[in-house]
Ligand binder design. Structure first.
Ligand code: SF4
Ligand code: SF4
Length: 382
């Protein structure tokens, strides 16, 4: 083990920090003296408002980092330099820890962190198989075409009874995590301008532009906007699918219009567009993650990334197949498979990569509030 890393681990042991936190602390302290990357993203200006980096600050900076890679390829102290500064990897390692540190219930967060990809796939396949068997035992797996009437296979009340509590639990767990993260060294009251700025930064993924607008670095010093586009397709694809379900709920309860809806109806159009986004976006993220430089992210984050990407892709793929086959005798089979993956996605939402969007949003809000306040350092220039 290099001497610097050995020293860091010893300091961490003494201070009660995790090795990942101590390593991030060491690198951020070097950056705070260097400050070459100040214009790249929000992490560096937020860093210069501090002289030391207690755990709350490291967690905040880790989630403020968008993993664009700019500071890795610009750094004169990156490996093989003996300082071994690799900010994207160090912050990625801490970020992964925070997803379980703030998760509720904590035990589920810790479990998912240990085996995210395995749990995501096992849960998705297990629930899909369970629902397929349930339909088969009812004798409805092979059937005459039903004109896309899902409720003939799973009655509407049964679907609401299963999905509403699971989705409600996921939202509650995410909200508890976000509030815990905000409360840890909350910067102050949230003003309208700060909220608007943070929302804009989150919706446009401002900090995936590398600080110069040309995009991220993946495996070398070339810039690419591919990661930003893949994130946007994933994020807006998810929002379109959510909008599709919301409109369908309004049709059902507000107007009494029962599914199935026509291919040209608003819920189906929104769902189809969202589904296509959720196929291309996660596939793009998978491709980018496989070729990104090893110092850009911690291996443990990659496993969680892949669990999230795989589930989103399978939810979308099975959803689009279900739409294509809804007028055939295979509808019940594909409906059961699709619902199994959707359930698995909802159950894992609060504990892995999905939660990163929420924590990153909270970190952006913290930054938008903090930058409007006088620096706590009160140096001469303040
Ligand atoms: S990442 Fe490297 S170049 Fe950038 S501020 Fe830190 S030490 Fe300096
Ligand atoms: S990887 Fe990008 S977003 Fe993260 S600290 Fe470096 S420059 Fe900032």
């Amino acid at each position: 083990m290099p001497p610097l890393e050995a020293l860091t681990r010893e300091a961490a042991r003494l201070a009660g920090a995790t090795p990942a936190e101590a390593e991030a602390d060491r690198m951020l302290t070097i950056c705070n003296a260097c400050r070459y990357c100040e214009g790249f993203c929000a992490v560096f200006p937020a860093m210069t408002r501090r002289l030391t980096f207690p755990r709350a600050d490291i967690h905040y900076l880790a989630n403020l980092c968008h993993n664009c890679g700019a500071c890795l390829f610009a750094c004169q102290y990156a490996p093989p330099h003996e300082f071994a500064v690799a900010i994207p990897q160090a912050l990625s390692r801490v970020r992964t820890e925070t997803w379980s540190a703030y998760a509720w219930p904590g035990a589920l967060g810790a479990l998912y962190r240990r085996a995210g990809l395995t749990i995501a796939l096992a849960l998705g396949l297990g629930l899909a198989l369970f629902l397929v068997l349930a339909v088969a035992l009812n004798g409805a797996l092979i059937h005459a075409p039903m004109q896309g009437n899902f409720y003939a296979v799973f009655p509407h009340g049964l679907l609401v009874g299963i999905f509403a509590p699971v989705f409600g639990f996921a939202c509650l767990a995410l909200a508890v995590g976000a509030v815990r993260f905000w409360r840890l060294d909350a910067p102050g009251a949230i003003g309208g301008a700060a909220l608007a700025e943070a929302t804009h930064a989150a919706l446009t993924l401002k900090y995936l532009d590398g600080g110069h607008g040309l995009g991220c670095n993946e495996d070398d010093d070339r810039f690419t906007r591919a990661r930003r586009h893949a994130h946007h397709l994933t994020f807006y694809g998810f929002l379109l699918c959510f909008a599709s379900t919301s409109v369908a709920t309004l049709y059902h309860y507000g107007f009494g219009w029962q599914a199935p809806y026509a291919l040209t109806s608003l819920p189906v159009l929104l769902g189809t567009l969202g589904g296509v986004g959720l196929l291309i976006g996660p596939a793009g993220l998978w491709w980018l993650n496989r070729r990104r430089h090893p110092l850009k992210a911690a291996p443990e984050q990659s496993a969680l990334d892949m669990g999230f990407i795989a589930l989103l892709f399978l939810v979308s793929l099975t959803g689009l197949l279900l739409l294509a086959l809804r007028d055939t005798g295979a509808m019940a089979l594909f409906l059961a498979i699709h619902l199994g993956f959707v359930l698995a996605f909802f159950l894992t939402m609060p504990y892995g990569k999905f939660a990163h969007g929420l924590y990153r949003g909270v970190a952006l809000l913290k930054w938008a509030v903090e930058k409007r306040l006088p620096s706590r350092l009160r140096l001469k220039s303040d």
